[in-house]
Write a protein that binds this ligand. Structure first.
Ligand code: AP5
Length: 214
Protein backbone atom coordinates (compact mmCIF):
# COMPACT_ATOMS: atom_id res chain seq x y z
CA UNK A 1 0.00 0.00 0.00
CA UNK A 2 1.21 3.55 -0.73
CA UNK A 3 2.29 5.58 2.29
CA UNK A 4 0.03 7.80 4.40
CA UNK A 5 2.10 10.89 5.19
CA UNK A 6 1.17 13.89 7.32
CA UNK A 7 3.23 17.07 6.88
CA UNK A 8 2.94 19.72 9.62
CA UNK A 9 4.44 23.20 9.89
CA UNK A 10 3.53 26.87 10.26
CA UNK A 11 2.24 28.95 7.32
CA UNK A 12 5.19 29.31 4.93
CA UNK A 13 7.23 26.48 6.46
CA UNK A 14 7.43 24.80 3.03
CA UNK A 15 4.69 22.17 3.28
CA UNK A 16 3.42 22.79 -0.26
CA UNK A 17 6.95 22.88 -1.71
CA UNK A 18 7.92 19.56 -0.13
CA UNK A 19 4.50 17.95 -0.76
CA UNK A 20 4.99 18.43 -4.52
CA UNK A 21 8.26 16.49 -4.31
CA UNK A 22 6.67 13.75 -2.18
CA UNK A 23 3.95 13.35 -4.83
CA UNK A 24 6.55 12.98 -7.62
CA UNK A 25 8.80 10.57 -5.72
CA UNK A 26 6.25 8.36 -3.95
CA UNK A 27 3.28 8.59 -6.38
CA UNK A 28 0.77 9.61 -3.69
CA UNK A 29 -2.10 12.13 -3.81
CA UNK A 30 -1.60 15.66 -2.44
CA UNK A 31 -4.54 16.29 -0.11
CA UNK A 32 -4.42 19.95 0.87
CA UNK A 33 -7.22 21.77 2.64
CA UNK A 34 -5.76 25.16 1.66
CA UNK A 35 -6.05 24.49 -2.10
CA UNK A 36 -9.43 22.78 -1.68
CA UNK A 37 -10.79 25.79 0.21
CA UNK A 38 -9.23 28.30 -2.22
CA UNK A 39 -11.10 26.57 -5.06
CA UNK A 40 -14.30 26.92 -3.04
CA UNK A 41 -13.83 30.35 -1.47
CA UNK A 42 -17.29 31.53 -2.56
CA UNK A 43 -19.11 28.29 -1.61
CA UNK A 44 -22.38 29.09 0.20
CA UNK A 45 -22.17 27.72 3.76
CA UNK A 46 -24.95 30.01 5.01
CA UNK A 47 -27.20 27.03 5.86
CA UNK A 48 -24.68 26.01 8.58
CA UNK A 49 -25.49 29.20 10.51
CA UNK A 50 -21.84 30.07 11.22
CA UNK A 51 -20.16 33.46 11.70
CA UNK A 52 -19.59 34.02 7.93
CA UNK A 53 -21.39 32.66 4.87
CA UNK A 54 -18.36 31.63 2.74
CA UNK A 55 -14.92 30.01 3.45
CA UNK A 56 -13.22 33.01 1.79
CA UNK A 57 -14.37 35.39 4.52
CA UNK A 58 -12.46 33.35 7.12
CA UNK A 59 -9.41 32.85 4.89
CA UNK A 60 -8.88 36.51 3.98
CA UNK A 61 -8.85 37.35 7.70
CA UNK A 62 -6.30 34.60 8.45
CA UNK A 63 -8.83 32.72 10.61
CA UNK A 64 -9.58 29.00 10.52
CA UNK A 65 -12.55 27.82 8.48
CA UNK A 66 -14.95 25.95 10.84
CA UNK A 67 -14.25 22.23 11.41
CA UNK A 68 -17.65 21.15 10.07
CA UNK A 69 -16.68 22.44 6.61
CA UNK A 70 -13.07 21.19 6.59
CA UNK A 71 -13.61 17.72 8.09
CA UNK A 72 -15.99 16.79 5.28
CA UNK A 73 -13.49 17.86 2.59
CA UNK A 74 -10.72 15.74 4.15
CA UNK A 75 -12.90 12.70 4.79
CA UNK A 76 -13.98 12.60 1.13
CA UNK A 77 -10.44 13.19 -0.24
CA UNK A 78 -8.83 10.52 1.96
CA UNK A 79 -11.50 7.96 1.15
CA UNK A 80 -10.69 8.42 -2.57
CA UNK A 81 -6.87 8.26 -2.18
CA UNK A 82 -4.67 5.20 -1.79
CA UNK A 83 -1.46 6.82 -0.60
CA UNK A 84 -1.46 10.52 0.28
CA UNK A 85 0.46 13.44 1.72
CA UNK A 86 -1.91 15.44 3.90
CA UNK A 87 -1.03 19.17 4.09
CA UNK A 88 -2.93 21.84 6.05
CA UNK A 89 -4.92 19.47 8.28
CA UNK A 90 -5.24 18.88 11.23
CA UNK A 91 -5.02 22.47 12.44
CA UNK A 92 -6.48 22.03 15.94
CA UNK A 93 -6.84 19.19 18.43
CA UNK A 94 -10.45 18.49 17.43
CA UNK A 95 -9.35 17.98 13.82
CA UNK A 96 -6.50 15.71 15.01
CA UNK A 97 -9.00 13.54 16.89
CA UNK A 98 -11.32 13.42 13.87
CA UNK A 99 -8.38 12.43 11.65
CA UNK A 100 -7.44 9.53 13.90
CA UNK A 101 -10.98 8.15 13.38
CA UNK A 102 -10.66 8.49 9.58
CA UNK A 103 -7.28 6.93 8.80
CA UNK A 104 -3.91 5.57 9.99
CA UNK A 105 -0.70 7.52 9.47
CA UNK A 106 2.67 6.00 8.53
CA UNK A 107 4.83 9.12 8.94
CA UNK A 108 4.29 12.47 10.69
CA UNK A 109 6.79 15.14 9.56
CA UNK A 110 7.20 18.59 11.09
CA UNK A 111 9.02 21.40 9.25
CA UNK A 112 10.54 23.68 11.89
CA UNK A 113 11.01 27.36 10.82
CA UNK A 114 11.34 30.63 12.81
CA UNK A 115 8.60 33.29 12.62
CA UNK A 116 10.65 36.05 10.91
CA UNK A 117 11.70 33.64 8.18
CA UNK A 118 8.05 32.64 7.73
CA UNK A 119 6.90 36.23 7.16
CA UNK A 120 9.64 36.81 4.53
CA UNK A 121 8.68 33.61 2.74
CA UNK A 122 4.94 34.34 2.73
CA UNK A 123 5.12 37.97 1.60
CA UNK A 124 7.55 37.06 -1.24
CA UNK A 125 5.62 34.03 -2.47
CA UNK A 126 4.16 34.06 -5.99
CA UNK A 127 1.93 31.31 -7.40
CA UNK A 128 1.14 30.38 -11.01
CA UNK A 129 -2.55 30.89 -11.77
CA UNK A 130 -2.44 28.15 -14.42
CA UNK A 131 -0.53 25.23 -12.86
CA UNK A 132 -0.09 26.23 -9.18
CA UNK A 133 3.74 26.16 -9.23
CA UNK A 134 5.17 28.21 -6.35
CA UNK A 135 8.03 30.75 -6.54
CA UNK A 136 9.64 33.31 -4.26
CA UNK A 137 10.76 36.74 -5.49
CA UNK A 138 14.17 36.35 -3.77
CA UNK A 139 14.67 32.69 -2.74
CA UNK A 140 13.30 30.98 -5.86
CA UNK A 141 12.60 33.57 -8.59
CA UNK A 142 11.23 32.59 -12.01
CA UNK A 143 13.52 33.20 -15.01
CA UNK A 144 11.22 35.99 -16.22
CA UNK A 145 9.54 38.17 -13.59
CA UNK A 146 5.83 37.38 -13.19
CA UNK A 147 5.89 34.40 -15.62
CA UNK A 148 5.83 30.70 -14.69
CA UNK A 149 8.90 28.69 -15.83
CA UNK A 150 6.79 25.52 -16.08
CA UNK A 151 3.85 26.64 -18.23
CA UNK A 152 4.22 30.36 -19.06
CA UNK A 153 1.19 31.27 -16.88
CA UNK A 154 0.92 34.56 -14.95
CA UNK A 155 2.13 34.60 -11.35
CA UNK A 156 -0.01 36.21 -8.63
CA UNK A 157 0.24 36.94 -4.92
CA UNK A 158 -2.24 35.11 -2.66
CA UNK A 159 -4.75 37.45 -0.96
CA UNK A 160 -3.69 36.16 2.49
CA UNK A 161 0.05 36.73 1.85
CA UNK A 162 0.07 40.39 2.93
CA UNK A 163 2.27 41.02 5.97
CA UNK A 164 -0.71 41.77 8.25
CA UNK A 165 -2.64 38.61 7.35
CA UNK A 166 0.53 36.47 7.33
CA UNK A 167 1.28 37.54 10.94
CA UNK A 168 -2.31 36.79 11.96
CA UNK A 169 -2.10 33.33 10.32
CA UNK A 170 1.09 32.63 12.27
CA UNK A 171 -0.62 33.76 15.50
CA UNK A 172 -3.61 31.51 14.79
CA UNK A 173 -1.17 28.68 14.04
CA UNK A 174 0.67 29.14 17.37
CA UNK A 175 -2.60 29.11 19.29
CA UNK A 176 -4.38 26.25 17.50
CA UNK A 177 -1.87 24.08 15.63
CA UNK A 178 1.20 24.07 17.86
CA UNK A 179 -0.78 21.83 20.30
CA UNK A 180 -1.29 19.40 17.39
CA UNK A 181 2.50 19.21 16.92
CA UNK A 182 2.85 18.45 20.64
CA UNK A 183 0.07 15.83 20.40
CA UNK A 184 2.04 13.82 17.80
CA UNK A 185 5.33 14.50 19.60
CA UNK A 186 3.87 13.06 22.84
CA UNK A 187 2.83 9.96 20.88
CA UNK A 188 6.51 9.62 19.88
CA UNK A 189 5.67 9.78 16.17
CA UNK A 190 6.88 13.24 15.18
CA UNK A 191 9.94 13.56 12.94
CA UNK A 192 11.32 17.10 13.32
CA UNK A 193 13.02 18.51 10.22
CA UNK A 194 15.04 21.73 10.01
CA UNK A 195 12.90 23.69 7.54
CA UNK A 196 15.37 26.60 7.33
CA UNK A 197 17.74 24.68 5.09
CA UNK A 198 17.57 25.04 1.30
CA UNK A 199 14.61 23.26 -0.37
CA UNK A 200 16.98 20.51 -1.62
CA UNK A 201 18.44 19.94 1.85
CA UNK A 202 14.97 19.86 3.41
CA UNK A 203 13.95 17.36 0.74
CA UNK A 204 16.87 15.03 1.58
CA UNK A 205 15.65 14.92 5.20
CA UNK A 206 11.99 14.52 4.20
CA UNK A 207 12.72 11.62 1.83
CA UNK A 208 14.94 9.88 4.41
CA UNK A 209 12.22 10.24 7.08
CA UNK A 210 9.54 8.76 4.81
CA UNK A 211 11.76 5.86 3.77
CA UNK A 212 12.58 5.13 7.44
CA UNK A 213 8.98 5.32 8.68
CA UNK A 214 6.61 4.32 5.89
P1 AP5 B 1 -3.07 26.89 3.67
O1 AP5 B 1 -3.18 27.06 2.20
O2 AP5 B 1 -2.98 25.50 4.25
O3 AP5 B 1 -1.88 27.78 4.12
P2 AP5 B 1 -0.75 27.64 5.23
O4 AP5 B 1 -0.77 26.52 6.20
O5 AP5 B 1 -0.83 29.00 5.80
O6 AP5 B 1 0.50 27.22 4.42
P3 AP5 B 1 1.06 27.87 3.16
O7 AP5 B 1 0.47 27.26 1.92
O8 AP5 B 1 0.93 29.37 3.24
O9 AP5 B 1 2.59 27.56 3.30
P4 AP5 B 1 3.49 26.27 2.97
O10 AP5 B 1 4.00 25.71 4.23
O11 AP5 B 1 2.77 25.35 2.03
O12 AP5 B 1 4.68 27.02 2.23
P5 AP5 B 1 5.22 26.98 0.70
O13 AP5 B 1 5.77 25.64 0.40
O14 AP5 B 1 4.26 27.58 -0.24
O15 AP5 B 1 -4.32 27.59 4.40
C1 AP5 B 1 -4.83 28.85 4.00
C2 AP5 B 1 -6.09 29.18 4.82
O16 AP5 B 1 -7.10 28.17 4.57
C3 AP5 B 1 -5.93 29.17 6.33
O17 AP5 B 1 -5.45 30.41 6.80
C4 AP5 B 1 -7.38 28.86 6.79
O18 AP5 B 1 -8.19 30.01 6.69
C5 AP5 B 1 -7.85 27.88 5.76
N1 AP5 B 1 -7.60 26.47 6.15
C6 AP5 B 1 -6.77 25.58 5.52
N2 AP5 B 1 -6.78 24.40 6.14
C7 AP5 B 1 -7.64 24.51 7.19
C8 AP5 B 1 -8.06 23.63 8.23
N3 AP5 B 1 -7.60 22.38 8.31
N4 AP5 B 1 -8.93 24.09 9.15
C9 AP5 B 1 -9.41 25.34 9.07
N5 AP5 B 1 -9.04 26.24 8.12
C10 AP5 B 1 -8.17 25.83 7.20
O19 AP5 B 1 6.47 27.96 0.88
C11 AP5 B 1 6.28 29.34 1.19
C12 AP5 B 1 7.29 30.20 0.39
O20 AP5 B 1 8.62 29.89 0.83
C13 AP5 B 1 7.29 29.95 -1.12
O21 AP5 B 1 7.47 31.20 -1.76
C14 AP5 B 1 8.49 29.03 -1.36
O22 AP5 B 1 9.08 29.24 -2.64
C15 AP5 B 1 9.44 29.43 -0.25
N6 AP5 B 1 10.20 28.31 0.30
C16 AP5 B 1 9.74 27.05 0.58
N7 AP5 B 1 10.73 26.29 1.10
C17 AP5 B 1 11.82 27.10 1.20
C18 AP5 B 1 13.16 26.91 1.67
N8 AP5 B 1 13.56 25.73 2.16
N9 AP5 B 1 14.01 27.96 1.62
C19 AP5 B 1 13.62 29.17 1.10
N10 AP5 B 1 12.38 29.41 0.63
C20 AP5 B 1 11.49 28.39 0.68
Amino acid sequence: MDPHILILGAPGAGKGTQSDRIVSEFGVEHVTTGDALRSNKEMDIGHLDLEYDTPGEYMDRGELVPDVVVNEIVDKALSEADGYVLDGYPRNLEQAETLSEMTDLDAVLYLDVDEDVLVDRLTGRRVCEECGATYHVDFNPPEEEGVCDECGGDLYQREDDTEETARERIRVYEENTQPVVEFYDDEGRLVRIDGEQTPDEVWDDVRDAIEANA
